[in-house]
Design a protein around this ligand. Sequence first.
Ligand code: NZQ
Ligand code: ZN
Length: 392
Amino acid sequence: MFDFKYYTPTKVVFGRNTEARVAELIREFGGSRVLIHYGGGSVVRSGLLKKVTDTLDKAGIPYVTLGGAVPNPRLSLVYKGIELCKKEGVDFLLAVGGGSAIDSAKAIGYGVTNEGDVWDFYDYKRKATACLPLGVILTLAATGSEMSDSSVITKEEGWIKRGYSSDFARAKFAIMNPELTMSLPDYQTACGCADIMMHTMERYFTNGGNMEITDSMAEGLLRTVMTNAEILVKDPKNYDARAEVMWAGSLSHNGLTGCGNDGGDWMTHKMEHELGGLYDVAHGAGLAAIWGSWARYVYRDCLPRFRRFAVNVMGVEPVGTDEEIALRGIEAMEDFYRRIHMPTNLRELGVNPTEAEFADMAHKCAVGVNGAKGSAKLLHEADMLAIYKASM
Ligand code: NZQ
Ligand code: ZN
């Protein structure tokens, strides 16, 4: 068991109609002039944005709005947001949407409070020393960005997608009303479930340390998301299933399911980020498309965890050799992806990279992790290339 830090300063306000409390929460955390940041328009169509602006108007809290955060949010909009905040004297950010709007807001917050080019942080050139305070109204259970320390931004020049993490960007509050996720397309709901599970799986597949309470919570979380993801395929308006998935999304990425281990593996995420940067695929679908190839490539080097996952999460009968049990667990996971209509390879994801593009992704991924990364198995550029190719 490793020492650990667990820091979750986000005040969570969970349940029906909780968005009505947004003005009170902004005031509680000292906001007096707000940037409301959102995505491509779902919050306009659903009426949520109007509800939020009406609430702020009524409370007398001034605000400006900036929409347009796309999936795989772009650096150019971050620059625009930074300028707008400086011009308008914004002292509080309110992200209304999914991970892309939240991550874009975090990057804007870094850019307003730190000198120089905000991309430097995502390019690992220097560390941020502050971020504007941020509140969130979540409309998509997926990334856990509402409680996580990270944000992921794509630089259009070279299509480089990189994450940056620091506690400065942890949201002050997160409003989570499961009903707000009911307008999601089924595909996005399923992508969210795949991403949520992966945040715990990245931490679970490790060769470094373990803590029984953490592992048990991780397994319970994974089983819960699987059960409810399947309910949502058939019954997308099921409030309880939406609520289970939404809360799992936050717990999966706020650090809880990694306490006591070495921090986890994270190579499926790193490899997906290259796919997202180059092909603009939905993050959760990209993860599902490469996880099976990653798992088959690494499982022998992390056999006890893969065996345990097969039995405790996927319900595989512990009969046969450890390798056989582990492989049946991987197959069962892929069967689950199929049941929720997620891809299990790049073809199903709809991308068909050339040899040069495979090499480019593997190279950029290796550079992004400083040469090598992975706890289940340490992967170098050649390993990454082999996994990308095996996922066709
Ligand atoms: O942009 P709008 O119009 O709002 O539509 C979005 C978008 O098209 C739509 N949507 C969201 N809520 C909706 C809705 N449509 C109808 N009803 C609703 N209630 O869904 C689409 C996807 O939204 P997006 O925010 O892009 O999805 P997600 O939350 O999956 O975020 C993905 C981004 O987060 C990054 C990913 O790499 C990707 O860039 N990640 C961030 C992490 C973090 N900050 O901790 C960790 C993750 O591992 C991940 O890398
Ligand atoms: Zn993710």
